[in-house]
Design a protein around this ligand. Sequence first.
Ligand code: GAL
Length: 629
Amino acid sequence: MKRTLGVCYYPEHWPEDRWAIDAAQMIEAGLSWVRVGEFAWSRLEPSPGDLQLDWLERAINVLGDAGLQVVLGTPTATPPRWMLDKHPDMLALDAQGQTRGFGSRRHYCFSHEGYIAESRRITEILAKRFAKNPHLHAWQTDNEYGCHETILSYSDAAKRAFQDWCAQTYQSPAALNRAWGNIFWSMEYDSFEQIGLPNLTVTEPNPSHVLAFRRFSSDQVVRFNRVQTDVLRAHTDAPLIHNYMGRVTDFDHYDVGEDLDIASWDSYPIGFLSDRLEGSPEHKARYLRQGDPDMQAFHHDLYRAVGKGRWWIMEQQPGPVNWAPYNPAPLPGMGRLWAWEAFAHGAEAVLYFRWRQAPFAQEQMHAGLLRPDAAPAPALDEARQVANELAALPDVDIGQSRVALIFDYVSCWAWEAQPQGADFDMFRLAFETYRAARRLGLSLDIVSPDADLSTYDLVLAPGLLETPDSLQKYKGIALIGPRTGSKTAELSIPTPMGPNIKGLDCTVARVESMPPTAQVDLENGGAFLHWFEELEGNAEVSLRTSTGAPAIMRAEGLHYIAGWPNAASYVDIIEDLATQANIPTERLPSGLRVRDTCSHRFWINYAPEAVTYQGKTIASADVLWDARD
Ligand code: GAL
């Protein structure tokens, strides 16, 4: 496969006589793809029904004639102002009941039927006009579902749709009452029309009600996206893509991915380190200009699963962004490193965001490949270097990893509905598991709970609401827990109590959560943080706490872990299991990561200093690779 580069471009931001100059420069830099259109609704339809598509056709043709392949985005993330006059109640409401108003983007409620119809209409207009354009090679639906916390809406439209969803899901109020345990506090309903959304309650709402609302809200995203994919499929065979975000877990990406051909995500490593990752001040200082060494890889592996093997970076950070609390510049070389790391994980294409820095509006401080005055910004040369290297490298054969990490969105919602400890966060737990494995030089696949696990030698299954069937059938080495299998699908406690793993006689009798000032020490000098479970049963105890309580119980290859290991313990535990699974491990120097594919080994140095490892010196912010025998 030819792996390629590209860029996001906004022809509507620039004079028309600039388009051909930009296109020629993109080609000269070695770019192949250009994404356009995803925010341009106010210029495509300045007033209701007044369609102005000619300029977009001219732009697509100019770009295409220069040799670029075009991705066209549907513009539904930015409904124009007139849309609100037509549909005054289309805006989402936050949990406090406040309207999320016009003046930025993503100002719509996924449940508003009028807006869904508008979204279908504009998608169809674009599909009819552009599907046959020879330069158009892919479509993007909307832009970043869930960005700016836009999945949950507490509007009247959402309430009505939720009542319908409940009626379809539970069939009778009595069944819903039983499923949620509404006898508690006399919360029983007589009719579906009585059911509200789980906000503005006096104290916490029923977690089962919250989880149902989260499942519903995710289904609304799937439905919204499907309206567009159904229209597009009727007109085009080009691949359909959505650009997901980093650490957005408010909808089930696997479900949305079912209707698309390629998953893509928008990678802003430095912004993410600053605004959405836990980490000590030392860690954040060390990786200030590189981003966290595992955050990008985690999402690459996750979106490879969401895309059923096919995935892209639709937006790659090129320099300082504007939206994080602090916005440092990347170390020289990072624009190249991030792209190569994506290719090493199987990305088919990496598009930088954006071509030229806008001199106006919200993102005027956000770098591009060109400066606002059209002079080259530092990332342009780095992109050119990647393009040249791609041309010289025989293809990367990704293959399958030997280690799988199960990641599940429903579990994210369940533990948000019922954290039981302020620091219990599903993404964080999965990410720390992933990080521990990567510090041992392991390459992983992230998989959904429904994936076939039989071809993996080691499976990591932290924090899953229910124990998946795939795991019940699994015969290899697995690390299961904490918290896995502790609840029913409706978020109540099962009898017998969890984790209910076939062949493993181990039951969680009691759980406790801990503040950052407390921990449970282990007999080997390690520790559990945040969370600890008391285990009962006759399975073998393979690790104990310092006071003799079971910390890991096992039968054959299945291991259940009773807590959340600190970083060092997690590495020790996974190293031991990998050894049992005959998977070689290596303790990597700080900041260095490796990625093994069938064809190559990549060394990726996130450290701010050069690292010498196995006879190789890898400069800071550099990536090297060797063909494997
Ligand atoms: C993304 C978004 C882009 C742009 C970018 C800035 O989240 O899709 O439109 O806003 O962030 O970093």
